[in-house]
Design a protein around this ligand. Structure first.
Ligand SMILES: O=c1ccn([C@@H]2O[C@H](COP(=O)(O)OP(=O)(O)O[C@H]3O[C@H](CO)[C@@H](O)[C@H](O)[C@H]3O)[C@@H](O)[C@H]2O)c(=O)[nH]1
Length: 471
C-alpha cells in the first residue's frame, strides 16, 4: 500500500446536555470540519459526525442543533438516546443536573453506539460528563478520545482538586480565607460552589464530576476553551503536571471560533441606530431565572443609570416554561420611561452577533463561561453577577484579566436583594471607566493574537489536527 495516501479521519463529537455544554461542541465541530469553502488545516478530507443526545431538555438546544446541521450540511449526525431521568430526584433538583445525571449514567452505552458508526470513528471529542463511560472502552478499541472542558481552566483546576480540598477543609490548620490551590492562589471558600465541598454520596453533581475526573488519565488530551493570556497561571500549572501528575496533555484552544449563523433574533436594527459603545447588554445565559423582585430591582437600576440597554429576560430555568408577561413583571411605567433608550426581549437572541455590534459598550453577565469567552473575544467590558456553579471562579478570572468588574458584596444572584441604587452605580462604572475600556480592549487584542499564525491557541489546535491526521 502507498504510505503517502492518507487515511480519511472520521471524527465523532459528543456533547452532553444543556446549551452551556452544547455550544462549545458545535464550535469545535465547525473548527475541526469547517464548511468546504473555508480553509481546512488538515489538508485532507475529514468526516465528522455530531452525536445528538436525545431527548434535549430545552427548545434552545433543539433550535441550535437544527440550525447548525442545516448550515453545516457536510457534517453528519447520529442520535444517542439516553436512559430515563431519575424521577425520584427530578422533583428536588435543578432539571439540568438531573439531565446531566441521565447522560452520565448512559455514557457506558455510548462507546458501543460509536463503534457501530460507519466508518468507525478514528478519534472522539467528548464532554467531561461522558468520561467515565467511554474513555476505557474507546482506549480498548484503539480510538483516541479527547475530553473537552466547557468551563474555565480555573474552575477545571478546582474540579480536579476538589476531592483533596474536601479532605483538607476539615483540617484545623486549613485557612478560612481560602486554601492555596496551585494555579489559582488562595481562593475564599465563598467562591467555591457549595456542591463541590459536599461528599459525592450526598450530591449528584459532585458525584458526576468526581467520577469523571478520575478517568481523565485515560484520555488523549484535555481541550480548554481558554487561552494563555487570559488564565496564565491556571493554564501553565495544569500543563506543568504540578497540579496532578496523572492529567493528560492540556490544550488551551480558546476562544472557540464562532460557527456564524446560529438562530436568534438579532435586534440589530434597533442597535444600528445607537451611538458607538453606548448600550449595555444584559443577559444571564440560557437557563438562569432571577427572582421576580430582583428582576424589578434590576429594571429600576437600569432606569436610574440613564444608560441605554438591551436586556434579555428569562423568568424560568427551562425555556419551555417561560410564559411570563413582561408588562405584568416590570409595570407599564418602566416601559414608558425607558422606551427611548431600551429594548427588552424574551426570545432567544444571537448573543455573539449582539456582542460584536459597535453600539455595545458593556455586558452585565452571570459569567457562564461561553459568555465570558464571547466577551473576551470582542474586548467587551463585563460586569459580573454570578448565579451558581463555576461563575464566581469565572468572575475572578474576568476581574484578574482586566476584562471586567465584579461587586462581590452582591453575592450569588438571589443571595440578597441587590438594590437599584447599587446596580445603577455599577453599570455606570462599567460603561464609563476608561481604564476598564482599555484593559478589556487589550483582552480582545490578545484573544485575536491567540488565533493568529504562531498564536498560542492556533499552535495548540495545530497539534491536535496533526494528531488526527497522523492517526
Ligand atoms: O438568548 C440567548 C441566551 C444565550 N445565548 C448563548 O448561550 C450560551 C450560554 O452559555 P453560558 O454563557 O456558558 O451560560 P449557561 O447557559 O448558563 O451555561 C452553563 O454552562 C457553562 C459552561 O459549562 C457554565 O459556565 C455555566 O455556569 C452554566 O450555567 C452562550 O454561548 C450565549 O451566547 C444566546 O446566544 N442567546
Amino acid at each position: 500500500m502507498d504510505s503517502s495516501v492518507a487515511i480519511q479521519p472520521h471524527i465523532a463529537v459528543c456533547p452532553s446536555a444543556g446549551i452551556g455544554h452544547l455550544t462549545p461542541f458545535l464550535r469545535l465541530a465547525s473548527m475541526l470540519s469547517p464548511p468546504p469553502s473555508t480553509d481546512n488545516s488538515c489538508n485532507i478530507t475529514l468526516t465528522l459526525t455530531l452525536i445528538i443526545i436525545r431527548p434535549t431538555l430545552s427548545s434552545a438546544e433543539e433550535n441550535q442543533i437544527n440550525t447548525f446541521l442545516s448550515t453545516h450540511p457536510h457534517i453528519n449526525s447520529s442520535h444517542f438516546h439516553i436512559l430515563p431521568v431519575d424521577n425520584n430526584s427530578s422533583k428536588k433538583q435543578d432539571p439540568f443536573v438531573v439531565h446531566y445525571d441521565a447522560v452520565f449514567r448512559s455514557s457506558y452505552l455510548l462507546a458501543n453506539h460509536l463503534s457501530t458508526l460507519s466508518p468507525q470513528p478514528s478519534v472522539v471529542f467528548s464532554d467531561l460528563m461522558l468520561a467515565s463511560g467511554i474513555t476505557k472502552p474507546l482506549a480498548d478499541l484503539g480510538i483516541p478520545n479527547y475530553t473537552l472542558i466547557s468551563t474555565s481552566a480555573s474552575f477545571f483546576t478546582l474540579m480536579v482538586t476538589s476531592a483533596s480540598l474536601r479532605t483538607t477543609s476539615g483540617d484545623s490548620d486549613s485557612d478560612s480565607d481560602g486554601d492555596e490551590i496551585p494555579g489559582l492562589g488562595p481562593i475564599p471558600m465563598d467562591d467555591i460552589p457549595p456542591f463541590l465541598m459536599s461528599e459525592p454520596d450526598n450530591n449528584m453533581l459532585t458525584r458526576i464530576i468526581d467520577t469523571n475526573c478520575r478517568h481523565l488519565h485515560e484520555t488523549k488530551g484535555v481541550l480548554l476553551n481558554s487561552f494563555d493570556f487570559f488564565e496564565p497561571e491556571s493554564v501553565s500549572t495544569l500543563q506543568s503536571g504540578k497540579l496532578l501528575a496523572t492529567l493528560p496533555p492540556i490544550f488551551p484552544i480558546g476562544p472557540f471560533i464562532s460557527v456564524g449563523s446560529l438562530k436568534g433574533s438579532n435586534n440589530i436594527s434597533w442597535l444600528d441606530n445607537q451611538p458607538p459603545k453606548s448600550v449595555v447588554f444584559i443577559s444571564f445565559g440560557s437557563r438562569t431565572a432571577m427572582a421576580k423582585d430582583q428582576i424589578r430591582e434590576l429594571g429600576k437600576g437600569i432606569e436610574r443609570s440613564g444608560i441605554s440597554f438591551l436586556w434579555v429576560i428569562k423568568t424560568t430555568v427551562v425555556d419551555k416554561e417561560d410564559k411570563e408577561e413582561l408588562n405584568d413583571l416590570l409595570g407599564e411605567a418602566f416601559f414608558m420611561n425607558t422606551k427611548e433608550r431600551g429594548l427588552i426581549v424574551k426570545e432567544w437572541v444571537n448573543q455573539e452577533v449582539i456582542l460584536a455590534h459597535s453600539a455595545i459598550g458593556g455586558f452585565l453577565s452571570h459569567c457562564g463561561w461561553n459568555s465570558v469567552m464571547e466577551a473576551a473575544q470582542r474586548g467587551v467590558p463585563l460586569l459580573a453577577w454570578p448565579l451558581h456553579g463555576d461563575q464566581r471562579v469565572n468572575a475572578r478570572v474576568v476581574e484578574k484579566a482586566g476584562l471586567g468588574v465584579w461587586e462581590r458584596s452582591w453575592g450569588w444572584i438571589g443571595e440578597r436583594l441587590v438594590k437599584s441604587e447599587e446596580i445603577a452605580l455599577k453599570i455606570q462604572e462599567m460603561m464609563t471607566s476608561e481604564k476598564l475600556k482599555k484593559s478589556a480592549a487589550r483582552v480582545g487584542e490578545e484573544a485575536t493574537k491567540a488565533w493568529e499564525i504562531d498564536g498560542s491557541s492556533k499552535k495548540m489546535f495545530g497539534k491536535i489536527i496533526d494528531n488526527i491526521c497522523q492517526k
